[in-house]
Write a new protein. Sequence first.
Length: 246
Amino acid sequence: MGFNKRGGGASNKTYLGVYSNQLVLEYTTLEDLESKVEALGLDVDKIKERKKTSGKNEGQSVFYYVIFDVEGLITDIRIKENDWGDFLEIELTDVDEVFVVSLGDVFSRMSKDFIRRVSNIDLQEYVNFGVWSLVNDNDKLVSGVKMYQNDEKVDYTLTRDDMPEGQQKRKGGKTVWDFTDQETFLYDHIVEFLGENFKSDTPNEKAPEKEAKEPAANAKKAPRKPRGKAEVANSKGVGPKDDMPF
């Protein structure tokens, strides 16, 4: 079955997200989540509650259920624009079960970790998909995705050496790391992958000096500019390479 909750399955379309470095099924009302959890054959007693900590709905309750992993064929990958940015979504299908996993902003740690592995995925084989987190040797929390096909780990296609490094800059009295070049590189990589593997019905105009291709529907717009966010170097000297999620 596609839904691995340590016993049980699901039907219809199920939307999952990431909260606190966990894969979760999340609803704004307890009743709706209980209904969904029961339909999936899961234990309603394991539902948890949290409070939103920012935004116009700060303090509002949200109810969620932690999922270990899901399994299926990756039938779509898309960059979906919303009020909070461009979010990376993965659709996995197992017969009549469809799971849509939102990894968050395309420049989030989870999304970047997925992008670094995506070219090693065999789209003709089932994928067991989940997320992970740990504290590394520098006492820094790192996280990413975990994927297995035929009991083999889907490893990185893009290593540290394949990507631009962050640039150390001064911002006021602080030293910060700017990953703009790295994020642009990863964004271009996923857009190219989508264009090559998830075709739309509308042919693209011929690009200069390149053969025309049919892009993924979500790859039609101009590439989004990387966010201007820079990370502050901590007292332990965490730098660009330490930002890698492994």
